[in-house]
Design a protein around this ligand. Structure first.
Ligand SMILES: NC(=O)c1ccc[n+]([C@@H]2O[C@H](COP(=O)([O-])OP(=O)(O)OC[C@H]3O[C@@H](n4cnc5c(N)ncnc54)[C@H](O)[C@@H]3O)[C@@H](O)[C@H]2O)c1
Length: 260
């Protein structure tokens, strides 16, 4: 175990699965104490058992402000404050704009963008009150920059995450609170593996990924650790692309691939 985050307290939304979970495991190994927040209560209970007493879990819907506020309050009550936050809760829908339902649009925008706004708001309030600064990492996406057909809601939400990251960094810098984003390309997680395993989909991503492989949650966790650590003390207001250089090429034509 390293000690790069010793004495630090973090909240991680979407922490029961995929990228959020990998970041949780990495932060724990570096000595942090964590509040893991997720909508998936059974999975969260499983993580509580697996990860032990340096972790507190809370069932939270990031769309609901009172629940987000309680998540932050739990970090203070259980571990004495809040130094770090990772906002990873997210989901996606796939349909052309002409077929995308209002409900799909609202769900994606509410979870991926409003959820980040509410989380940032309460995490930053607590860090400001604590008076010792902090670091907040928002998980955006390659789709913040690169359009993907059938992904209007997701692309719009993630572009919004990239922008609110910059606004928050501007507003909170005076409190020594850093705000950064991570924009992953395709990473194998429960969110993406079913789609990536459809015929031709993984191949299309790889064709457009100069480094020739998809990402792992551990790839994202390594960058999150850097952004959370003191070594990144002059990094704020930026979103780091972690995509094997996929941003230099084009996004796969998912609708054609899904139509078969
Ligand atoms: N996997 C990828 O290829 C990829 C690429 C780019 C960006 N991302 C982003 O990374 C983040 C994590 O995704 P992942 O791939 O680890 O997926 P995942 O499904 O493994 O994890 C997402 C977690 O968010 C939780 N969640 C969903 N809605 C929630 C809500 N309303 N409140 C609280 N928790 C909620 C889910 O229960 C789940 O545990 C997301 O924001 C996603 O958009 C993923």
């Amino acid at each position: 175990m390293g000690g790069r985050l010793a004495g630090r307290v973090a909240v991680i939304t979407g922490g029961a699965s995929g990228i959020g979970l990998a970041i949780a495991e990495r932060f724990l190994a570096e000595g942090a104490k964590l509040v893991l927040a997720d909508l998936n209560a059974p999975l969260l209970a499983q993580r509580q058992t697996e990860l032990g007493d340096d972790v507190a879990t809370r069932t939270v819907d990031v769309r609901i402000e009172a629940q987000v506020e309680e998540m932050v309050a739990l970090a203070v009550k259980r571990f004495g404050g809040l130094d770090l936050a990772v906002n990873s809760a997210g989901l996606a829908t796939w349909a052309p704009i002409v077929d995308h339902t209002e409900e799909q649009w609202d769900t994606v925008l509410d979870v991926c963008l409003k959820g980040v706004f509410l989380s940032l708001k309460h995490e930053a309030r607590q860090m400001r009150a604590g008076g010792a600064g902090g670091a907040i990492i928002n998980i955006a996406s390659l789709n913040a920059f690169q359009p993907g057909e059938g992904m209007s809601a997701y692309c719009a939400a993630k572009a919004g995450v990239e922008m609110i990251t910059r606004v928050a960094a501007m507003e909170l810098g005076g409190d020594d609170i850093r705000v950064c984003g991570i924009a992953p390309g395709l990473v194998d997680t429960p969110l993406t593996t079913p789609l990536a395993n459809l015929p031709g989909v993984r191949e299309a991503y790889l064709e457009n990924t100069p480094l020739g492989r998809v990402g792992t949650p551990a790839d994202i966790a390594a960058a999150a650790l850097f952004l959370a650590s003191e070594e990144a003390s002059w990094v704020s207001g930026t979103t780091l692309s972690l995509d094997g250089a996929a941003n230099t090429k084009r996004y796969p034509e998912l609708m054609k691939l899904l139509a078969g």
